[in-house]
Write a protein that binds this ligand. Sequence first.
Ligand code: ATP
Ligand code: MG
Length: 333
Amino acid sequence: MASGKDLTAFLPKLSDLIKREEVDVGRLVTDAIRTKGVKKILSELERELKGLGDVAMDILSSLAVGRHVLIMGPVGIGKTTLAEALAEALHISDPPYIEVACHSHMTATELTGDIDIAVALQAGLDHPLAYIPGPLVMAHGGILILDEINRLNPYSQAALLQSLQEHYVFIRGFRIRSDFLVIATSNPAEYSGVYELSEALADRMKVVEIQYPDKELLKSILSWKSNMYVEHLGVKVPDTLTEVVATFMTLVAQDGNVEVGPSIRSAIYSLTTAMSRAWLEGRDVTLNDLKREVISNMVNVIRGNFTSEAEKKDYLARKFDEAAMISRRYSRK
Ligand SMILES: Nc1ncnc2c1ncn2[C@@H]1O[C@H](COP(=O)(O)OP(=O)(O)OP(=O)(O)O)[C@@H](O)[C@H]1O
Ligand SMILES: [Mg+2]
């Protein structure tokens, strides 16, 4: 591992940052698409995600003309994975992207970086530790992933907006050029507990929506991913289980009383933990194992017209039984 001394060698000097030149990041994206080819980019994406080729094309077409993108969609539907996989496939810089996990207490200086006055006084402004660049500065010439941008408070949104519209980041009066393209992710507005994205910021991004997959696509995603996670146990997820979960998710997602449906992530967890529990006990997995896991993994994810947790659990149990019955009928046909 590099020592602290070695690490400082990688940190830029403030005087060098101030001299930075403009970079046409849209052009870099276009060049990457030309060199690699759309087909190859999409096939690399398919190694991580299924059924998002069209959404990916929307994102690429936006980035290619220098427009920022906001991927919008419900919880656990592949937004972050999509942003990372696309930035990775484009690989316009090294590292291929800088990522920020946005949160409500994020300060503007966490995004820009700040001058450490004590170091600056002792060792000068050009000492590598006098100014450690924040992500808005680090992302110059590349892609900045702002994960869950809707959690950013208005102060950090303002710092971001300034860098997007002026292409400069201001640090205590010093002006540092920074050109980057943003791929942001967000839950839709109806998800509570988050700030609203300022109109000015939203206006600078193309919104690309990810829709809840249909049952067949869900089933193939669940089968693929859950088998991937239990492969090392030497077991295989029975098709009937993925069929029941996909049917269950579709039933719940279509229910008007449910505002936030079950996520793909929680469905994968339900299948894999049911499998590993049965493996631990040295027996075959049952529908009851799955039901238990579905309830415990999804009770904190779904939101809707429920007055208590017990009512929600009861609802999930009923929907699960309904899905199991539909799947049984379906398999007899
Ligand atoms: N279309 C898909 N194909 C394959 N896997 C998927 C798909 N959608 C989601 N997943 C899987 O579901 C999990 C959740 O994905 P991810 O974290 O990218 O979702 P997210 O939308 O960012 O969630 P959150 O809203 O919680 O941030 C990952 O394991 C991912 O691989
Ligand atoms: Mg995410």
